[in-house]
Design a protein around this ligand. Structure first.
Ligand SMILES: [Zn+2]
Length: 323
């Protein structure tokens, strides 16, 4: 098990649990402020400040929140908030929606994860066939790189006797709807879509993990969202999505050794329509020369696959322990 998982679990033992039911977040919680002082008391943490950051810390865990910003870090791993941390009276505060669908599920996953132990993992290598996805300057194709990574993730999970299905196993085209339909038909308990990124800015680099944006909130991807704030089936698992996404991103930054672009939010179709805890991983930028070279390097593909599979395994361990 990964060290991060162990650290968080230790903190969970000493804290009193309150039982949270999984449901689409209520509209009223989107705007309600939750002060950092309240969060510090809840987790028995001491508060300090450093530059623009408020730092909450106990023996096991650290939460850093950048003021007037959407960036936060839990045990050093970046977690994007859906609303900036702002002053509320005399206190800095985040929105309740960010506490309930981000910070608290990561800190106290046992109170949020599904009651059923996951048994089937559905891996979704992005793109395929006529849809190449991102293409680098050296003609590295996203559709090929992510299929290779997904195959490696499958091998790691099957070595641990976990049942795995793939939405595609060859260079074939699938619509986004077909991908979530496959997860529904198979009764998947975990869905992980695997991609490589592309951006007009060639300097953009690093790895990131997306989960579904909570209803009524803004996303945090670099494609923009066109003002869409709607809910989807993916919101049923808002809290479990955060547990899964954080576990994957924590492990991915360790094994890939790339910069941490954080646990982010997006209403990508596969996240919106898949009715089980789901995440979408971006394994690096094909538009960045250094990362394009890595994406064809078998040792990098293996490192990324190890990070994703460790993240899935970490999540599965947390669910089992919660029962
Ligand atoms: Zn893609």
């Amino acid at each position: 098990m990964h060290l991060m998982t162990r650290k968080l679990f230790v903190s969970q033992i000493v804290l009193l649990a309150s039982c949270h039911t999984q449901s689409v977040i209520a509209k009223s919680t989107v705007a309600t402020p939750v002060s950092l002082a309240y969060i510090a008391r809840l987790y028995s943490m001491k508060t300090t400040t450093s530059g623009k950051k408020v730092i909450l810390k106990n023996k096991w865990n650290t939460i850093e929140v950048e003021t007037n910003s959407r960036r936060a870090w839990i045990n050093g791993v970046m977690v994007w908030l859906q609303h900036p941390c702002r002053k509320s009276g005399n206190n800095w505060a985040i929105r309740e929606v960010d506490f309930k669908t981000g910070i608290d599920p990561i800190m106290r996953s046992y109170a949020y994860v599904p009651s059923k132990s996951p048994s089937l993992v559905m891996l979704d290598p992005g793109h395929g066939g006529k849809d190449s996805g991102a293409v680098g300057a050296r003609k590295v194709y996203e559709k090929k790189a992510v299929l290779s990574i997904a195959n490696r993730v499958k091998s790691h999970l099957e070595a641990k006797k976990i049942k795995v299905k793939m939405t595609r196993t060859s260079d074939t085209y699938l619509s986004l709807q077909q991908r979530s339909d496959q997860a529904i038909k198979a009764g998947a308990d975990i869905f992980v879509s695997i991609h490589a990124d592309g951006a007009t800015d060639r300097s953009a680099h690093g790895v990131e993990t997306f989960i579904m944006t909570a209803a009524g909130c803004d996303s945090s991807n670099h494609y923009g969202q066109g003002g869409d704030k709607s809910a989807g089936k993916g919101n049923i698992h808002d809290a479990a999505n955060a547990v899964l996404g954080f576990s994957i991103q924590s492990n991915l930054i360790k094994t890939s050794k790339r910069s941490d672009r954080g646990l982010r939010r997006a209403r990508f179709s596969v996240l919106k329509k898949t009715p089980c805890p789901a995440a979408l991983v971006e394994c690096g930028f094909l538009t960045n020369p250094e990362e394009e070279a890595l994406m064809i390097d078998p040792s990098y593909r293996e490192a990324v696959a190890r990070g994703i599979s460790n993240g899935i395994l970490g999540y599965m361990t947390l669910v089992k322990r919660a029962h």
